[in-house]
Ligand binder design. Structure first.
Ligand code: EPU
Length: 338
Protein backbone atom coordinates (compact mmCIF):
# COMPACT_ATOMS: atom_id res chain seq x y z
CA UNK A 1 0.00 0.00 0.00
CA UNK A 2 1.60 3.21 -1.20
CA UNK A 3 0.19 6.43 0.24
CA UNK A 4 1.11 9.33 -2.03
CA UNK A 5 1.08 12.98 -0.96
CA UNK A 6 -0.33 16.08 -2.65
CA UNK A 7 -1.75 14.39 -5.74
CA UNK A 8 -3.73 16.16 -8.49
CA UNK A 9 -7.19 14.63 -8.91
CA UNK A 10 -7.60 15.94 -12.46
CA UNK A 11 -7.28 12.53 -14.10
CA UNK A 12 -9.45 10.90 -11.42
CA UNK A 13 -12.61 12.94 -12.06
CA UNK A 14 -14.39 13.15 -15.42
CA UNK A 15 -15.18 16.87 -14.92
CA UNK A 16 -11.35 17.24 -15.13
CA UNK A 17 -11.25 19.64 -12.21
CA UNK A 18 -7.70 20.25 -11.05
CA UNK A 19 -7.94 19.97 -7.27
CA UNK A 20 -5.43 18.18 -5.08
CA UNK A 21 -5.72 15.48 -2.47
CA UNK A 22 -3.53 15.76 0.61
CA UNK A 23 -3.08 11.99 0.42
CA UNK A 24 -3.99 9.39 -2.18
CA UNK A 25 -3.90 5.63 -2.15
CA UNK A 26 -4.73 3.17 -4.89
CA UNK A 27 -6.16 -0.14 -3.71
CA UNK A 28 -5.52 -3.13 -5.95
CA UNK A 29 -6.46 -6.11 -3.81
CA UNK A 30 -8.61 -7.21 -0.91
CA UNK A 31 -5.44 -7.57 1.15
CA UNK A 32 -4.69 -3.88 0.61
CA UNK A 33 -8.22 -2.94 1.73
CA UNK A 34 -7.72 -5.03 4.86
CA UNK A 35 -4.39 -3.41 5.68
CA UNK A 36 -5.81 0.07 5.03
CA UNK A 37 -8.66 -0.61 7.42
CA UNK A 38 -6.56 -2.29 10.11
CA UNK A 39 -4.08 0.63 9.97
CA UNK A 40 -6.89 2.77 11.44
CA UNK A 41 -6.08 5.63 9.02
CA UNK A 42 -9.70 5.92 7.94
CA UNK A 43 -10.89 6.26 11.53
CA UNK A 44 -8.65 9.25 12.17
CA UNK A 45 -8.95 11.42 9.13
CA UNK A 46 -11.26 12.61 6.42
CA UNK A 47 -11.47 10.13 3.59
CA UNK A 48 -13.16 9.76 0.27
CA UNK A 49 -13.80 6.45 -1.52
CA UNK A 50 -13.35 7.02 -5.25
CA UNK A 51 -14.46 4.79 -8.10
CA UNK A 52 -14.33 6.08 -11.67
CA UNK A 53 -14.86 9.72 -10.60
CA UNK A 54 -17.65 10.08 -13.14
CA UNK A 55 -20.38 11.37 -10.86
CA UNK A 56 -18.51 13.79 -8.71
CA UNK A 57 -17.63 17.45 -8.53
CA UNK A 58 -14.68 18.28 -6.29
CA UNK A 59 -15.12 21.89 -5.23
CA UNK A 60 -11.85 22.31 -3.37
CA UNK A 61 -8.61 20.56 -2.47
CA UNK A 62 -9.38 17.47 -0.44
CA UNK A 63 -7.88 17.78 3.01
CA UNK A 64 -7.73 14.06 3.70
CA UNK A 65 -7.09 10.75 2.00
CA UNK A 66 -8.64 9.71 -1.30
CA UNK A 67 -8.97 5.94 -1.62
CA UNK A 68 -9.13 4.83 -5.25
CA UNK A 69 -10.67 1.36 -5.54
CA UNK A 70 -9.05 -0.53 -8.41
CA UNK A 71 -9.69 -4.18 -7.52
CA UNK A 72 -10.39 -6.47 -10.46
CA UNK A 73 -12.00 -9.85 -11.00
CA UNK A 74 -15.16 -11.70 -12.05
CA UNK A 75 -16.35 -15.02 -10.72
CA UNK A 76 -19.28 -17.24 -11.59
CA UNK A 77 -20.99 -17.99 -8.27
CA UNK A 78 -23.79 -20.28 -9.37
CA UNK A 79 -26.27 -20.86 -12.16
CA UNK A 80 -29.63 -22.47 -12.76
CA UNK A 81 -31.75 -22.94 -15.86
CA UNK A 82 -32.75 -19.25 -15.86
CA UNK A 83 -29.97 -17.26 -14.22
CA UNK A 84 -26.26 -16.67 -13.91
CA UNK A 85 -24.94 -15.27 -10.64
CA UNK A 86 -21.76 -13.37 -11.30
CA UNK A 87 -19.61 -11.74 -8.64
CA UNK A 88 -17.67 -8.72 -9.92
CA UNK A 89 -14.99 -6.76 -8.05
CA UNK A 90 -15.74 -3.14 -7.18
CA UNK A 91 -12.89 -1.67 -9.23
CA UNK A 92 -13.95 -3.22 -12.53
CA UNK A 93 -14.94 -0.70 -15.18
CA UNK A 94 -18.73 -0.76 -15.72
CA UNK A 95 -18.57 -0.82 -19.53
CA UNK A 96 -15.94 -3.63 -19.50
CA UNK A 97 -18.38 -5.63 -17.38
CA UNK A 98 -21.27 -4.90 -19.80
CA UNK A 99 -19.11 -6.04 -22.73
CA UNK A 100 -18.13 -9.22 -20.88
CA UNK A 101 -21.85 -9.98 -20.36
CA UNK A 102 -22.61 -9.34 -24.04
CA UNK A 103 -19.77 -11.66 -25.10
CA UNK A 104 -21.02 -14.44 -22.84
CA UNK A 105 -24.70 -13.90 -23.62
CA UNK A 106 -25.59 -12.91 -20.06
CA UNK A 107 -28.60 -10.63 -20.37
CA UNK A 108 -29.81 -7.77 -18.16
CA UNK A 109 -27.24 -4.98 -18.39
CA UNK A 110 -27.41 -4.25 -22.12
CA UNK A 111 -29.62 -1.17 -21.55
CA UNK A 112 -26.95 0.14 -19.17
CA UNK A 113 -24.30 0.22 -21.91
CA UNK A 114 -21.71 2.98 -21.97
CA UNK A 115 -22.40 4.37 -18.49
CA UNK A 116 -19.09 5.64 -17.15
CA UNK A 117 -17.87 4.52 -13.73
CA UNK A 118 -17.02 1.40 -11.78
CA UNK A 119 -19.00 -1.64 -10.66
CA UNK A 120 -18.59 -0.68 -6.99
CA UNK A 121 -20.10 2.76 -7.54
CA UNK A 122 -23.08 1.41 -9.50
CA UNK A 123 -25.19 0.32 -6.50
CA UNK A 124 -24.34 3.44 -4.47
CA UNK A 125 -25.95 5.53 -7.15
CA UNK A 126 -28.41 2.86 -8.40
CA UNK A 127 -27.35 3.81 -11.91
CA UNK A 128 -30.03 3.68 -14.55
CA UNK A 129 -30.76 4.30 -18.19
CA UNK A 130 -33.24 3.37 -20.91
CA UNK A 131 -35.78 1.70 -18.66
CA UNK A 132 -33.38 -0.36 -16.51
CA UNK A 133 -31.85 0.36 -13.13
CA UNK A 134 -29.01 -1.39 -11.35
CA UNK A 135 -31.50 -2.80 -8.84
CA UNK A 136 -33.14 -4.84 -11.62
CA UNK A 137 -30.01 -7.01 -12.00
CA UNK A 138 -28.70 -6.76 -8.45
CA UNK A 139 -28.56 -9.87 -6.26
CA UNK A 140 -26.24 -9.07 -3.37
CA UNK A 141 -23.11 -7.16 -2.49
CA UNK A 142 -20.22 -7.68 -0.19
CA UNK A 143 -18.76 -4.79 1.76
CA UNK A 144 -16.36 -4.22 4.59
CA UNK A 145 -17.34 -2.10 7.56
CA UNK A 146 -14.71 0.59 7.96
CA UNK A 147 -14.95 0.83 11.74
CA UNK A 148 -14.75 -2.87 12.55
CA UNK A 149 -13.14 -4.40 9.44
CA UNK A 150 -16.02 -6.91 9.37
CA UNK A 151 -17.21 -8.30 6.05
CA UNK A 152 -20.96 -7.85 5.57
CA UNK A 153 -23.44 -8.96 2.91
CA UNK A 154 -26.19 -6.64 1.70
CA UNK A 155 -29.27 -8.05 0.02
CA UNK A 156 -31.32 -5.98 -2.41
CA UNK A 157 -33.73 -4.94 0.35
CA UNK A 158 -30.84 -3.96 2.63
CA UNK A 159 -29.60 -1.49 -0.01
CA UNK A 160 -32.85 0.55 0.01
CA UNK A 161 -32.60 1.40 -3.67
CA UNK A 162 -34.58 4.26 -5.15
CA UNK A 163 -34.11 6.71 -8.04
CA UNK A 164 -30.31 7.34 -8.19
CA UNK A 165 -30.15 6.56 -4.50
CA UNK A 166 -29.32 3.84 -1.95
CA UNK A 167 -28.52 3.39 1.72
CA UNK A 168 -24.85 4.04 0.85
CA UNK A 169 -25.66 7.68 0.04
CA UNK A 170 -27.63 8.09 3.27
CA UNK A 171 -27.45 6.16 6.55
CA UNK A 172 -24.34 4.20 5.57
CA UNK A 173 -22.48 7.01 3.81
CA UNK A 174 -18.74 6.52 4.51
CA UNK A 175 -19.45 3.52 6.71
CA UNK A 176 -18.59 0.72 4.27
CA UNK A 177 -16.30 0.00 1.35
CA UNK A 178 -18.03 -2.07 -1.31
CA UNK A 179 -15.84 -5.04 -2.26
CA UNK A 180 -17.87 -6.81 -4.93
CA UNK A 181 -21.34 -6.98 -6.40
CA UNK A 182 -23.21 -10.18 -7.31
CA UNK A 183 -25.40 -9.71 -10.38
CA UNK A 184 -28.33 -11.94 -11.26
CA UNK A 185 -28.24 -12.11 -15.04
CA UNK A 186 -30.66 -13.82 -17.41
CA UNK A 187 -29.89 -16.72 -19.69
CA UNK A 188 -33.03 -15.91 -21.68
CA UNK A 189 -33.03 -12.18 -22.45
CA UNK A 190 -36.01 -9.99 -21.66
CA UNK A 191 -35.57 -7.37 -24.34
CA UNK A 192 -36.63 -3.85 -23.28
CA UNK A 193 -37.24 -1.39 -26.08
CA UNK A 194 -40.01 0.74 -24.58
CA UNK A 195 -37.95 3.68 -23.36
CA UNK A 196 -37.33 6.76 -25.49
CA UNK A 197 -36.22 6.15 -29.03
CA UNK A 198 -34.71 2.65 -28.83
CA UNK A 199 -37.30 1.36 -31.31
CA UNK A 200 -36.58 4.17 -33.77
CA UNK A 201 -32.86 3.53 -33.49
CA UNK A 202 -33.36 -0.20 -34.21
CA UNK A 203 -35.58 0.59 -37.16
CA UNK A 204 -32.93 2.91 -38.57
CA UNK A 205 -30.51 -0.03 -38.61
CA UNK A 206 -33.17 -2.36 -40.07
CA UNK A 207 -33.26 -4.62 -36.98
CA UNK A 208 -36.55 -6.42 -36.33
CA UNK A 209 -35.77 -9.00 -33.63
CA UNK A 210 -32.98 -7.53 -31.56
CA UNK A 211 -30.82 -9.57 -29.23
CA UNK A 212 -28.82 -8.07 -26.38
CA UNK A 213 -25.93 -7.08 -28.66
CA UNK A 214 -28.23 -5.12 -30.99
CA UNK A 215 -29.90 -3.41 -28.02
CA UNK A 216 -26.52 -2.44 -26.65
CA UNK A 217 -25.42 -1.09 -30.04
CA UNK A 218 -28.62 0.95 -30.39
CA UNK A 219 -28.16 2.44 -26.93
CA UNK A 220 -24.50 3.22 -27.58
CA UNK A 221 -25.58 5.07 -30.74
CA UNK A 222 -28.26 7.05 -28.90
CA UNK A 223 -25.86 7.94 -26.09
CA UNK A 224 -23.06 8.93 -28.47
CA UNK A 225 -25.46 11.25 -30.26
CA UNK A 226 -26.73 12.94 -27.10
CA UNK A 227 -24.00 12.81 -24.49
CA UNK A 228 -20.46 14.18 -24.63
CA UNK A 229 -17.49 11.83 -24.96
CA UNK A 230 -15.90 12.14 -21.51
CA UNK A 231 -12.47 11.47 -23.01
CA UNK A 232 -12.80 14.78 -24.87
CA UNK A 233 -15.18 16.96 -22.85
CA UNK A 234 -15.13 17.19 -19.06
CA UNK A 235 -18.54 16.45 -17.54
CA UNK A 236 -20.31 14.06 -15.19
CA UNK A 237 -23.30 12.93 -17.27
CA UNK A 238 -26.65 14.25 -16.09
CA UNK A 239 -25.83 16.99 -13.62
CA UNK A 240 -29.36 17.27 -12.19
CA UNK A 241 -31.93 14.70 -11.13
CA UNK A 242 -35.25 14.71 -12.88
CA UNK A 243 -37.49 16.32 -10.26
CA UNK A 244 -40.50 14.40 -8.95
CA UNK A 245 -43.67 16.40 -8.30
CA UNK A 246 -47.24 15.74 -7.13
CA UNK A 247 -50.01 15.34 -9.66
CA UNK A 248 -51.52 18.72 -8.74
CA UNK A 249 -48.31 20.57 -9.53
CA UNK A 250 -47.82 18.57 -12.71
CA UNK A 251 -51.34 19.43 -13.93
CA UNK A 252 -50.79 23.13 -13.23
CA UNK A 253 -47.52 23.02 -15.17
CA UNK A 254 -49.09 21.04 -18.02
CA UNK A 255 -51.84 23.62 -18.25
CA UNK A 256 -49.34 26.45 -18.55
CA UNK A 257 -46.73 24.54 -20.60
CA UNK A 258 -48.61 21.91 -22.65
CA UNK A 259 -45.37 20.59 -24.20
CA UNK A 260 -43.76 19.73 -20.87
CA UNK A 261 -41.90 16.36 -20.93
CA UNK A 262 -42.80 14.13 -17.98
CA UNK A 263 -43.37 10.48 -16.99
CA UNK A 264 -46.15 9.28 -14.72
CA UNK A 265 -44.82 7.21 -11.82
CA UNK A 266 -46.73 4.31 -10.23
CA UNK A 267 -47.55 6.36 -7.09
CA UNK A 268 -49.44 9.06 -9.09
CA UNK A 269 -46.49 11.42 -8.93
CA UNK A 270 -44.75 12.71 -12.03
CA UNK A 271 -41.09 12.79 -12.98
CA UNK A 272 -40.36 15.93 -14.98
CA UNK A 273 -37.59 15.88 -17.62
CA UNK A 274 -35.12 18.39 -16.19
CA UNK A 275 -33.47 18.57 -19.63
CA UNK A 276 -36.70 19.98 -21.05
CA UNK A 277 -37.07 22.56 -18.26
CA UNK A 278 -33.46 23.70 -18.73
CA UNK A 279 -33.75 23.86 -22.51
CA UNK A 280 -36.93 25.95 -22.16
CA UNK A 281 -34.93 28.45 -20.12
CA UNK A 282 -32.61 28.85 -23.10
CA UNK A 283 -29.47 27.25 -21.68
CA UNK A 284 -28.81 24.50 -24.21
CA UNK A 285 -25.39 24.98 -25.80
CA UNK A 286 -24.67 28.14 -23.76
CA UNK A 287 -21.23 29.00 -22.41
CA UNK A 288 -20.97 30.73 -19.05
CA UNK A 289 -17.40 31.52 -18.05
CA UNK A 290 -15.27 28.43 -18.62
CA UNK A 291 -18.23 26.05 -18.33
CA UNK A 292 -21.62 25.64 -19.96
CA UNK A 293 -24.46 23.39 -21.02
CA UNK A 294 -23.93 20.65 -23.60
CA UNK A 295 -25.37 21.41 -27.05
CA UNK A 296 -27.29 18.13 -27.43
CA UNK A 297 -28.49 17.45 -23.86
CA UNK A 298 -29.43 20.25 -21.49
CA UNK A 299 -29.06 18.08 -18.38
CA UNK A 300 -25.30 17.96 -18.82
CA UNK A 301 -23.01 20.69 -17.51
CA UNK A 302 -19.68 20.68 -19.33
CA UNK A 303 -16.19 21.96 -18.71
CA UNK A 304 -15.30 24.13 -21.71
CA UNK A 305 -11.59 23.75 -20.91
CA UNK A 306 -9.74 24.34 -17.61
CA UNK A 307 -12.93 25.30 -15.75
CA UNK A 308 -12.66 25.40 -11.98
CA UNK A 309 -15.32 23.97 -9.72
CA UNK A 310 -16.68 27.47 -9.15
CA UNK A 311 -17.29 27.84 -12.90
CA UNK A 312 -19.38 24.65 -12.75
CA UNK A 313 -21.18 25.74 -9.57
CA UNK A 314 -21.93 29.09 -11.18
CA UNK A 315 -23.67 27.34 -14.11
CA UNK A 316 -25.51 25.06 -11.66
CA UNK A 317 -26.85 28.05 -9.69
CA UNK A 318 -27.86 30.01 -12.79
CA UNK A 319 -29.77 27.00 -14.12
CA UNK A 320 -31.44 26.31 -10.76
CA UNK A 321 -32.49 29.93 -10.42
CA UNK A 322 -33.88 30.25 -13.96
CA UNK A 323 -35.81 26.97 -13.72
CA UNK A 324 -37.23 27.98 -10.36
CA UNK A 325 -38.28 31.41 -11.60
CA UNK A 326 -40.00 30.01 -14.68
CA UNK A 327 -41.51 26.77 -13.35
CA UNK A 328 -41.32 27.04 -9.51
CA UNK A 329 -39.53 23.67 -9.54
CA UNK A 330 -36.28 23.11 -7.67
CA UNK A 331 -33.55 21.17 -9.44
CA UNK A 332 -31.20 19.16 -7.28
CA UNK A 333 -27.81 17.91 -8.42
CA UNK A 334 -27.48 14.23 -9.23
CA UNK A 335 -23.72 14.62 -9.13
CA UNK A 336 -22.09 14.36 -5.70
CA UNK A 337 -20.71 17.77 -4.84
CA UNK A 338 -17.75 17.36 -2.45
N1 EPU B 1 -35.21 16.71 -23.17
C1 EPU B 1 -35.29 17.98 -23.71
N2 EPU B 1 -34.14 18.70 -23.82
C2 EPU B 1 -32.94 18.22 -23.45
C3 EPU B 1 -32.86 16.94 -22.90
C4 EPU B 1 -34.00 16.20 -22.76
O1 EPU B 1 -36.34 18.45 -24.07
O2 EPU B 1 -31.95 18.94 -23.62
C5 EPU B 1 -36.41 15.90 -23.08
C6 EPU B 1 -36.38 14.80 -24.13
O3 EPU B 1 -36.93 15.21 -25.32
C7 EPU B 1 -37.19 13.71 -23.48
C8 EPU B 1 -36.95 13.90 -22.00
O4 EPU B 1 -36.43 15.22 -21.85
O5 EPU B 1 -38.56 13.90 -23.71
C9 EPU B 1 -35.99 12.89 -21.42
O6 EPU B 1 -34.74 12.93 -22.06
P1 EPU B 1 -33.76 11.67 -22.13
O7 EPU B 1 -34.49 10.45 -22.53
O8 EPU B 1 -32.56 12.10 -22.90
O9 EPU B 1 -33.37 11.37 -20.67
P2 EPU B 1 -33.10 12.28 -19.42
O10 EPU B 1 -34.28 12.29 -18.54
O11 EPU B 1 -32.58 13.58 -19.89
C10 EPU B 1 -32.21 10.25 -18.00
C11 EPU B 1 -31.02 9.98 -17.12
C12 EPU B 1 -29.80 9.65 -17.95
C13 EPU B 1 -30.10 8.45 -18.82
C14 EPU B 1 -31.32 8.79 -19.70
C15 EPU B 1 -31.77 7.62 -20.53
C16 EPU B 1 -31.37 11.24 -15.08
C17 EPU B 1 -31.00 12.43 -14.28
N3 EPU B 1 -30.78 11.12 -16.27
O12 EPU B 1 -31.91 11.46 -18.73
O13 EPU B 1 -28.75 9.29 -17.07
O14 EPU B 1 -29.00 8.12 -19.64
O15 EPU B 1 -32.42 9.16 -18.85
O16 EPU B 1 -32.35 6.68 -19.71
O17 EPU B 1 -32.16 10.41 -14.62
C18 EPU B 1 -26.83 10.04 -15.88
O18 EPU B 1 -27.38 9.64 -14.87
O19 EPU B 1 -25.70 10.58 -15.87
C19 EPU B 1 -27.52 9.90 -17.16
C20 EPU B 1 -27.00 10.31 -18.31
Amino acid sequence: MNIQKNISLKKYNTFRIDVRAKEFVEINSYKEIQSLISSGILNNKKFFILGGGSNILFTKDFDGIVVNINTKGKKLIKEDSEHIYLSVSAGEDWQDFVEYCLKNNYAGVENLSLIPGTVGAAPVQNIGAYGVELQDVFYELQAIEIKSGKKVKFSKDDCEFSYRNSIFKNKFKNKYIILSVIFKLNKHPKIKTEYGNIKQELKKSGIKNPGIKEISEAICNIRRNKLPDIEKIGCAGSFFKNPIVDEKIFLELKNKFPEIAAYKLPDSKYKLAAGWLIEECGFKGKTIGKAGIYKDQALVIVNRGDASASDIINVMKKVQQAVYEKFRVRLLPEVNVV
